[in-house]
Ligand binder design. Sequence first.
Ligand code: SF4
Length: 275
Amino acid sequence: MAKAPEQPALFDLSPQPRRLNDHGQRVVAWFSCGATSAIATKLAIARWGDRVEVVRIRLGREHADNDRFAADCSAWFGKPILDIRSHRYDDHFEVAVGERYINGPDGAKCSAILKRAVREAFQSFDDIQVFGFDADEEVSQNRARDFRLHHPEIMLVTPLLDEGLGKADCLAMVERAGIEIPAMYRLGFGNNNCVGCWKGGMGYWNKIRRDFPEVFAEAALVERSIGRSAIRTKADGQVFLDTLDPARGRFEDEPKISCGPTCFTAESKITGEAA
Ligand code: SF4
C-alpha cells in the first residue's frame, strides 16, 4: 500500500527570530568595554547615526582602565555612552553573598542579575539591538544562533558576523583608531568584565592571585562566608580558593570565559526572579 503523504503543519507555533523591521526607531548598541562591542557599536553608528543609543551595563568590579577605554571610545563614536546598572547589588561578590550562590551547571547568577535583568529593564520591545557576536569561530557563531532562538522577542543585529570580523580584527581596528586596548587584555585576560570572574578556572584564579592579590583574597573570603566555591571538579569536588594549589591550572588552555548575552539564556533557568 502506498505510504500516505505527510500532512503539512497548519500552523508552526515554534518561536521564530524577529526579522529586522526598521521604521526609524531607537537602535541600542550594547557596549561592554570590549574590542568587539566597540567595533559593533561603531558599525551601528555608521549605519544608523543619531538613532543609536550606546549603553554600557556597569558591573561594579571592572578594571579601572575600562572607564578610560569607554571615554576614548565615546570620543571616537562622537556620542555619549549611557551607563546603567543593577540597583540590587553593587558587584558579583555582593551577589554571591546575597544569593548564597556562585556558579552552577547552568551558569553564574551574577551574570543574570547584574547584566540580563538590567538589560531587560532598559530595553523596549521595538528596539533594534546591536550585539558584538564575533565571527571568530563556530562557537561564537553558534552562540549568536542560540541567542536568536532563545530570544525571539529581540530584534537582533550582529554587525561583526555580517562583516566576518573576529576578535583579533576588532582589537586591530581599535588600535588603528588610536585607542589603547583595555588593560585586562594587555595583562593577557580574554575577558574584560569583572576582575575575579566567578566563571574562571584554576589557571584563571591563579593568574588573578598573581595580578590582583587583593581581589583573590576577597573572593576567598566570600566563598568561605557562604560555604560554596567557584571551582569544583569531578575529582576534587569543591576547591575553595584558599586551598587552591598555586601550581594548578593552565590559564592558556582553559575555555574562554563568556559573560555575554548567551549566558543570559542559561542563567535565566536558575534565576527567574532576577528579571
Ligand atoms: S563577568 Fe563573571 S563575575 Fe562578572 S557578572 Fe559575568 S559571570 Fe559574573
